[in-house]
Write a protein that binds this ligand. Sequence first.
Ligand code: ADP
Ligand code: MG
Length: 493
Amino acid sequence: MMQALDGLWDKICENVRRGISPDAFQRWFAPARLVETGEDTLTLAVPNSIQQLWIESNYATLLQDAIILTLGDRRAVKFRVEMTAPVISRVPETAGGGVGSVGSDLFDVRGSGGAGSEAGRGVAVSAGSRAAGTAGSVGSVGSVGSASTLGEGTGGFNARYVFENFVVGSSNQFAHAAALAVAENPARIYNPLFIHGGVGLGKTHLMQAIGHHIVAHRKKARVIYISSEQFTNEFIDAIQQGTLPKFRRRYRQADVLLIDDVQFFAGKERSQDEFFHTFNALFDGHRQIVMTSDRPPSEMQKLEARLVSRFEWGIAAEMQVPDVETRTAILRKKMAQLQVTLPDDVVRFLAERISNNVRRLEGSLMRLASFVSLSREKLTQPRVEELLRDLLQEDARNQVTIDKIQRVVAEHYDVRLADMTSKRRPACIAFPRQVAMALARDLTRASYSEIGAAFGGRDHGTVMHACKLITARTAEDPKIRSVIMLLESRLKA
Ligand code: ADP
Ligand code: MG
């Protein structure tokens, strides 16, 4: 039996090798073993959690492709951490920890959703797989996993996405409170709950935390988590296979429907229509509905008005980019879970520089942690920058903050940074300030009022005026145009 598994793993590895450098293969795949195969699952034993996290977050798609090549269809990949060697510098064991729980702790620190889940495909790790040897909430989540076909495609339920692992800061306080209220009183207070905000800010985490909480406290609750993309795919399959009644029964009998990324419904009329009826059935039956989206209901284009209006029946909670303190707290929490310690200056550097996406923040931490555990080299600033070059660049590219705009503009015009927010009005200061406001409008998602607030409490009208003025001046004066272009390129660099 073992031999058969080894043989199968060798074949999969042959295919993995096609898409990865020999070094990386040696480092990440060579230490893994195939220890179990189920009808639609494979279980890999890896020597430590970093190994698992790394494979999940960087090679999910590659591994899945190799599995498909070898076996002809996809399998959900589960991991079992078998501690064979000390791997990472440990922090003292936390209460209730102990060696016995290492497996489940490691489980809790699964990678950043993985390349797979973001792309809506790839390796699915079902919550149930983590339940081995642990009692309590994880186990019961496992039962959710099996109650519905979670874990297919989009990653399904993630055991790590619980309230305990969620760091609350001003950016997500409201969404967190609303989610907790829903978890404690499903279908009573806020229905539907609509959580919206940018990529990687914790929407899926909060949504699944609701599911975990409900399952832990109400054993019989039928909780379904699905992305709207997967809902759409299943709907299409059901039409083609003539199994619509079954499909409808499944979703309309849920006690709690968690439906992720509903912006995907935009422009898909039949799926929208189907979801509309599902929504009504659940709502009328006093079942809880939770949705997430990358934008608020009112800004969902190509979505039927009747659906938008339903989304607005309950409560909408926005998640914003966490501030630097919250980012630091998130890093500290993840380090404790990963049982790694990075030097304070490195933590500070990460929190400051990787600012607009928590998923990326986690990815950076994992990268550094695995570097430390594997090379045992000391982390120096240049090494950190080298290891994270792509992530840092990406963050800088996507991230133009009002702060940064003010800094760059003040520097260019040689005025004090304080003048960006001061009440002083001489033209030599007012003009750069207006330029900065206009850039803020163009390069960030901030509204006129938010920009006004960031420029020393000015009102919405002042900012609008500044934007109009700069647009006009840019159009008529090539010199100003080139300055603006220069500033823009500096900001995006
Ligand atoms: P979204 O669905 O908004 O794109 P996710 O919920 O997938 O984002 O979050 C991305 C990653 O960041 C997840 O691993 C999640 O656990 C983590 N994360 C986001 N916000 C927080 C937070 N406030 N505390 C702890 N982890 C967080
Ligand atoms: Mg998400």
